[in-house]
Design a protein around this ligand. Structure first.
Ligand SMILES: Cc1cc2nc3c(=O)[nH]c(=O)nc-3n(C[C@H](O)[C@H](O)[C@H](O)COP(=O)(O)OP(=O)(O)OC[C@H]3O[C@@H](n4cnc5c(N)ncnc54)[C@H](O)[C@@H]3O)c2cc1C
Length: 329
């Protein structure tokens, strides 16, 4: 009876309320949610995601606004050991972007971040796939984790770090490889923020300060930041040997030769379990060109297998979206 009820609820969805909203970067917020009542609570595992159902007001090409239901998937960014749910939502499509085919905005995040406030109630469903992202870690089958994150992709790593904080399992270790373009937002974005009279904080890396602080506290956590578009390594001083800054792409030496990044910074290549999370371009080099064609290249997945000799069963992936290449890139 109880199982039937929980099955029905998981299909209908649950109602949770926003109790906190924290700005991470100029285009990203982290939300804390609690169930509106005890019957709305559900348990979840490391690496699972929820789908949000929200009515949003979005622009059309004729200058008006339309209000309708929009949905998107979000990885749970908090640990299953905690009694709340945290979600970090980054805007990929710019505010005001209109789909040229439909003449309407089809973005979600920019309007969610604008319109959802503390107190807002949100309908959400938990994805029920059994072999979900990180399920082997959740089941305790993999404990030496090398997590590869694109600029938007560290949410499940955050969940895992909170989990490590709570569980205090000495066999558990995490090396987070975190790739971003730049440490700070470029000037064009900053001008937009200034023109909207928002407080200017130029940090571009989600969870940056939190990661540095938590790496000091957790012995079994190491963070390798790389900045792919910086000419120099940003002027950062790390007194913690477990926080490393570098520039360029993972798996590439400055002279362009292949680099064994996992061997260099990881714990043990043989036993490493390698979840990869981010855009299609980051994971496997697949991008959509401005003319709509799909270009297949290589990403972290191929690099791990070809350069480091990692077996497919020692990898795991969660793709957030198909990467679109700008005409001017
Ligand atoms: C399982 C799963 C888990 C996810 N977890 C998270 C998460 O925890 N946090 C998170 O932020 N996101 C997550 N996402 C992605 C999320 O669902 C949204 O896609 C994301 O928040 C961006 O939303 P958006 O409304 O800005 O763009 P969307 O409407 O969702 O569109 C994204 C697409 O827009 C393209 N795009 C980027 N810039 C432009 C442009 N200038 N013009 C046209 N198209 C452009 C991108 O290449 C991409 O293909 C997840 C996705 C999945 C499938």
């Amino acid at each position: 009876m109880r199982e039937e009820l929980s099955e029905r609820k998981s299909q209908e969805g649950y109602e949770w309320q926003i109790i906190e909203k924290i700005k991470e970067t100029h285009d990203t917020y982290t939300y804390t949610l609690l169930p509106v009542s005890a019957s709305q609570r559900f348990n979840f595992n490391l690496g699972q995601f929820v789908t949000l159902y929200v009515v949003l007001k979005r622009p059309t090409s004729t200058g008006g606004f339309e209000e309708n239901l929009a949905t998107r998937a979000y990885s749970i960014a908090s640990s299953p050991t905690r009694n709340f749910l945290e979600l970090t939502i980054k805007e990929e499509k710019p505010y005001g972007y209109i789909n040229p085919k439909t003449g309407k905005s089809d973005a979600f995040a920019a309007y969610f971040n604008q319109q959802v406030k503390i107190g807002s109630k949100i309908k959400l469903k938990l994805n029920q796939v059994k072999e979900h992202f990180l399920w082997k870690v959740d089941a305790g089958l993999e404990k030496n984790v090398a997590y590869w994150s694109g600029a938007n992709g560290a949410q499940s790593a955050r969940s895992l770090i909170q989990y490590m904080e709570d569980k205090k399992d000495p066999d558990f270790s995490l090396v987070l490889f975190y790739s971003n373009t730049n440490l700070h937002t470029d000037h064009a974005n900053l001008d937009i923020i200034k023109s909207e009279n928002q407080p200017v904080d130029s940090l571009n890396v989600i969870y940056f300060n939190w990661l540095i602080n938590i790496a000091k506290k957790l012995e079994n956590l190491k963070v390798i930041f790389t900045f792919t578009r910086e000419q120099e390594i940003p002027a950062l001083s790390s007194t913690d040997p477990k926080v490393i800054y570098r520039k360029g792409r993972f798996f590439l030496n400055p002279d362009g030769s292949p680099e064994r990044t996992l061997l260099k910074y990881g714990n043990n290549v043989e036993t490493s379990f390698n979840p990869i999370c981010g855009s299609s371009g980051f994971i496997n080099g697949t991008v959509r060109l401005p003319n709509g064609t799909i270009n297949r290249g290589k990403g972290v997945l191929q690099n791990l297998m070809e350069i480091e000799g990692i077996k497919p069963e020692k990898t795991d992936k969660e793709q957030f979206y198909l990467e679109q290449v700008d005409a001017n890139q």
